[in-house]
Design a binder for this molecule. Structure first.
Ligand code: KG4
Ligand code: ZN
Length: 344
């Protein structure tokens, strides 16, 4: 069965076609980064309008590239939440309407489920059960994944998400949006031992996170070393970036090891934008090897938002017999644990 996947939850328009027999046939992505850069963050109304402009041309492009006609498709999967309501509506309306017009089923996908299944698109995919660390711009969660749709939240951030913390720290260092990857690049030029930033909530038991104190600590350090233009010198900026990245990565590693121990699983999946972070991958691999556990992550381009993960999640849910009704519903806030038991 071929499934068309549509992702429009935030600032990337993603389209892909996944074949349950042969795997991923093709995908295309349009990133709105340039559109939002001047504003220092995503402007929801601009995001929605741009999805309207880009989505159908991308669908046409992927259908042509993969030699897929509407009658070759077994269903359409679209992201129904969580995300920006207007942006979600664009993908949901288009996906639902195309499926209706072509007489095929549609299925509504949870964006974070898409992320956590993304490593399964790789050559040596992880197998259930596993612990998933979902680290994106909007979420930091540890999830016990026992099977498709069988998720238990083990811990989450009580305030900022890890990606959000990266983006805010980057802004303090005058880096352009989206700051996460830029801060990570700057950190490579820094000395991580010059400053020691706090590792929030690691000194007490539990699997929750908090990154807002780290944000304040970063701002205070930037101000303490600021020159006349309000910013520290170049090397100090790099040293602050390195110290910040060390603190976030260290905190995530400590909690992942705890979650692996608590679950008894030997597999950790990391997904979402921050899973593209090189230091995080290296440190997790090293730390979990000591516990006899293995780390899986998606290829770089599928760490951040994309249509492939939605097409893949859709193929699994369609195969399990799930279909969306004719009404078009999106859920800007949608706890992933509500998916539990949604499949037979
Ligand atoms: O999953 P994603 O594309 O969108 C959401 O669903 O939020 O994640 C985007 C987030 C942004 O906060 C971005 O700064 C962060 O992932 N990010 C990174 C890196 N690449 C993307 N953070 C740290 N290091 C990176 N290499
Ligand atoms: Zn995402």
């Amino acid at each position: 069965m071929r499934v068309l996947g549509i992702e429009t939850s935030c600032d990337e328009t993603g389209v892909a076609i996944y074949d349950t027999e042969t795997g991923l046939l093709g995908h295309a992505l349009f990133s709105q980064v340039d559109l939002h850069a001047d504003y220092g963050g995503v402007v929801p109304e601009l995001a929605s309008r741009d999805h309207v402009r880009k989505l159908l041309p991308l669908v046409r492009q992927v259908m042509r590239k993969t030699d897929t006609r509407p009658e070759d498709l077994g269903g359409i999967a679209y992201t129904a939440g969580p995300g920006l309501v207007g942006a979600l509506m664009v993908g949901a309306c288009a996906g639902r309407a195309l499926a209706y017009g072509w007489g095929i089923p549609a299925v509504a996908i949870h964006h974070m489920e898409g992320h956590l299944l993304a490593p399964m698109l790789e050559e040596n995919p992880p197998a259930f059960p596993f612990v998933a660390l979902l680290v994106s711009g909007g979420h930091t969660q540890l999830v016990d994944v026992r099977g498709l749709g069988d998720y238990e939240l083990m811990g989450e951030s009580l305030d900022d998400a890890a990606g959000e913390a990266f983006d805010k720290a980057a802004k303090m260092l005058d880096l352009d949006y989206p700051g996460g990857p830029r801060l990570a690049a700057l950190a490579e030029k820094g000395d991580p031992s010059r400053f020691t930033f706090p590792r929030p909530m690691t000194d007490r038991p539990g699997l929750n996170f908090s990154f807002s104190g780290l944000k304040t600590y970063t701002l205070t350090t930037v101000r303490e070393h600021a020159l006349a233009d309000g910013l520290p010198d170049e090397q100090t900026c790099a040293d602050i970036a390195a110290a910040f990245q060390e603190a976030v990565v260290d905190t995530l590693v400590i909690k992942c090891r705890r979650a692996i121990k608590a679950s008894g699983h030997k597999t950790l999946v990391i997904a979402g934008g921050v899973s593209a972070n090189k230091l995080l991958r290296e440190r997790l691999e090293k730390a979990l090897a000591k516990d006899g556990a293995r780390v899986y992550y998606p290829r770089h381009e599928f760490c951040t938002d994309n249509g492939a993960m939605i097409a893949y999640a859709g193929s699994l849910r369609l195969q399990a017999g799930e279909h969306a009704g004719l009404e078009i519903e999106v859920r800007p806030r949608w706890p992933m644990t509500e998916l539990s038991g949604s499949l037979n």
